[in-house]
Design a protein around this ligand. Sequence first.
Ligand code: AMP
Ligand code: GLY
Length: 418
Amino acid sequence: MNILILGGGGREHALAWAIRQNPKCDRLIVAPGNAGIAEVAECAALDIQSRAEVLEFAQENAIDFVVIGPEAPLAAGVSDALRNAGFLVFGPSQAAAQLEASKTFTKEICDACGAPTAAWARFTDGPSARDYVTAQGAPIVVKADGLAAGKGVTVAETVEQAHAAIDLIFDGEFGEMSVVIEEFMDGEEASFFILSDGVNCLPVGTAQDHKRVGDGDTGPNTGGMGAYSPAPVLTQTLQDQVMDRIVRPTIAEMARQDMPFQGVLYAGLMIKDGQARLVEYNVRFGDPECQALMMRLGGQILDLLLACAENRLDSVSANWADDHALTVVMAAEGYPGSYVKGTAIKGLSDLPQTSFQMTFHAGTAEKDGQIVATGGRVLGCTGRGATLAEAHERAYALVDAIDWPQGFCRRDIGWRAL
Ligand code: AMP
Ligand code: GLY
């Protein structure tokens, strides 16, 4: 079959690498792709947030299946446009994608189905939000309600910090906004990935990531500096609890409200004293969590994604090896602030590319026969092994073989579990 993947980051490189291994995949196109993806698929320049452009491309290229990687085309309704035209698509509708795009929407779904999450209140003006924070006290969490590229959340340790975050939101930094104020939840965070066809659910892995830029979880937040799977804190008992109390009720509530969720639900969880509460949902695979998950799942992921798109998730199961995978992100100096672009990365062609060691590209391009860095997060060195320690060693062996003076990474990915 002819498959089109939308996206051009490390997540999409991992998806392409895994899907390519499945014999059902004849032609694989990734739009826009990157220099690493170009080694396993054709890349096509395409505005992936334009419904019309994606639809026309899918028609012209006789695409049989479209896999949507990032949240922006989902929030833009690209999946609806494709489905309405008869294409088979992996990825939720624009309405269902509100589970990521709108904090208020998610909180209302949680309330409607009784899923445990932080207590919350929503405000559309600064003074009422400030008064509420003053009454509640700190620590407290302030969230801009809308897609803010992960930058709209402030975990405030003091009332003053919370007030400052509220002022910033209503000063227009994020455009027209409302604010959600949440109870601060203490505990250990982990991520749980579940496929759903709108009715049935199939867990496809757990992971933990490292959001801060520096070793020891210090410095500013990033999109993620590394991840590992599985997450030891998400025991089978806890996974069952999350499926029963959070995931299945959410999927049922979405169907009840006529917005069936079809795609991957990424549940961000806070775990304390053997109980899990929902922090947030995303409606896509995590990046770099996806790189670790795809190393563990391999080519079978295509069968699972197809079953999901064809509403027959109850007819498949995931085959798990008792293994571990770990991804170390290499970023350009300066990230997550302003960073250098266009620096040359050497040594990539000598690296092993196996089911135990893969270097996924996130922000690269080929220029005059060289691979150059084009983004903040640039590479995801991923190792798989029988133990997390082995996966860790294999991932860092890749890092150490890469010659890129302007790049950096955290040296402590996986510390909590190792
Ligand atoms: P979100 O974009 O909602 O995932 O928030 C980003 C990060 O902020 C999460 O991964 C948590 O680390 C933190 N966070 C969000 N909401 C809460 C909360 N209610 N209590 C504690 N930490 C939170
Ligand atoms: N790594 C976090 C995310 O993909 O949102």
